[in-house]
Design a protein around this ligand. Structure first.
Ligand SMILES: *Cc1c(COP(=O)(O)O)cnc(C)c1O
Length: 396
């Protein structure tokens, strides 16, 4: 047999982490890495955070799981906290980002069905978006490479160029239910929606009674410097998917909605065996104890500004390698002149720092939100040594 026991869908690299210490990872062979990937924007509080560990340990001893057939004091409390912190009136807990987006898609469709707009089932989505790997969420993405081998797609999605408000407006038709959009595209390469674009989509939704569905699975939970990125655009969505940082490493996500948007999500329309179980709620509670605090978020913005300014200043030394830096908070992208994967591998294998490649030739810099200046210094030293020693023909 030549297939591996782990289904070989990931081209895994040689780093095999076995332990985490705050902002560092230690691999099986003893190497130590500065973790500026954070499990792709998941480990918001870094590794081995006392509050998160304590909450999970305590909950494991008390009650890990009960069915959603029973009342959930744990879920009610966390949902109320999310409602208080956001635009939302109601929350459905999931186990992942893709499931949160799935629930968001169902909520948007169910809204229109419940008000008698039987024909309005189509969501307009945007090129280079990433919404997950389920059938609905790959169908929501225009990227052919995610579709190959899995046809037919789920109908009901139409793609437009990101940040092209005129195209989005022109795409509205009799079947349009709303827009599904990342305020800042993550996998697409830290591409920020313009104010005009996101505010324009909000206005179109108001004019045509459409649902504005935000995918904040990557941009949310403090990553972009506010609890959710939409706050920086002066708009509010009708529906929003969140995950990644919300559990700090525990697999949990959520679909948030206004009362109006959720009017179709009544008894029996949706469910999840694990969704929102006490174990997951303990993890989310520990994250909510730290991240939404205004002082903490101001720190994320300040650290992000310092890190970005230093990267910006530094990359000017290597104009043949780097094109620029973008993003906000600790959601940062360094755009290269060439394919980023070999550079990410070089930084990892030869300089002990973890980053993540993304679309548009971008290296994503996603440190834990709890870094301090010593980690910024360490990153800059490693980036600098990495740029100095980089031979672009190096194999990835
Ligand atoms: C990661 C991601 C998802 C999918 O989340 P999973 O937990 O991997 O299912 C969806 N949308 C965005 C924007 C993401 O970054």
């Amino acid at each position: 047999m030549s297939i591996t026991p782990l289904m070989p869908v990931y081209p895994r690299c040689g780093v095999r982490p076995v332990r985490g210490e705050h902002c560092h990872l230690i691999s099986e062979d003893g190497r130590r890495f500065l973790d500026f990937a954070s499990g792709i924007a998941v480990n918001a509080l870094g590794h081995s955070h006392k509050g998160l560990i304590g909450a999970i340990q305590k909950q494991a001893e008390t009650l890990m799981h009960v069915s959603n057939l029973y009342g959930s004091p744990q879920g009610e409390k966390i949902a109320q906290r999310l409602v208080d912190l956001t635009f939302a009136d109601t929350v459905f807990f999931t186990n992942s980002g893709a499931e949160a987006v799935e629930c968001a898609i169902k909520t948007a469709r169910a809204y229109h069905q419940s008000v008698g707009n039987e024909d309005k089932f189509e969501l307009i989505t945007f090129n280079n978006a990433f919404h997950g790997r389920t059938m609905a969420t790959i169908s929501a993405s225009s990227q052919d490479k995610m579709h190959k081998g899995f046809l037919p797609l789920l109908p009901g999605f139409k793609y437009c160029d990101f940040n092209d408000l005129e195209a989005a407006k022109a795409a509205i038709g009799p079947n349009t239910a709303g827009f599904l959009v990342e305020p800042i595209q993550g996998e697409g390469g830290i591409r920020e929606a313009s104010d005009e674009f996101l505010q324009g989509l909000r206005k179109l939704c108001d004019e045509h009674d459409l649902m504005l569905v935000l995918d904040e699975v990557q941009s949310g939970v403090g990553r972009a410097g506010t609890f959710y990125a939409y706050e920086q655009y002066g708009i509010e969505p009708d529906i929003m998917a969140t995950a990644k940082g919300i559990g700090g490493g525990f697999p949990v996500g959520a679909c948030l909605a206004t009362e109006k948007a959720a009017r179709g999500m009544v008894f029996g329309t949706h469910g999840s065996t694990y969704g929102g179980n006490p174990f997951a709620m303990a993890a989310v509670g520990a994250i909510l104890d730290v991240v939404p605090d205004e002082t903490f978020l101001a720190e994320v913005r300040a650290k992000g500004d310092r890190l970005k300014a230093r990267i910006e200043q530094f990359i000017g030394n290597y104009p043949e390698l780097f094109e620029g830096v973008r993003g906000r908070g600790l959601f940062i992208g360094i755009k290269l002149k060439t394919e980023p994967r070999p550079f990410v591998a070089h930084l990892r294998d030869n300089h002990g720092v973890l980053t993540v490649a993304a679309g548009d030739n971008v290296v994503r810099v996603l440190p834990p939100l709890v870094i301090d200046d010593s980690h910024i210094d360490e990153f800059m030293e490693k980036l600098s040594a990495g740029a100095e020693s980089y031979q672009p023909q190096e194999a990835g």
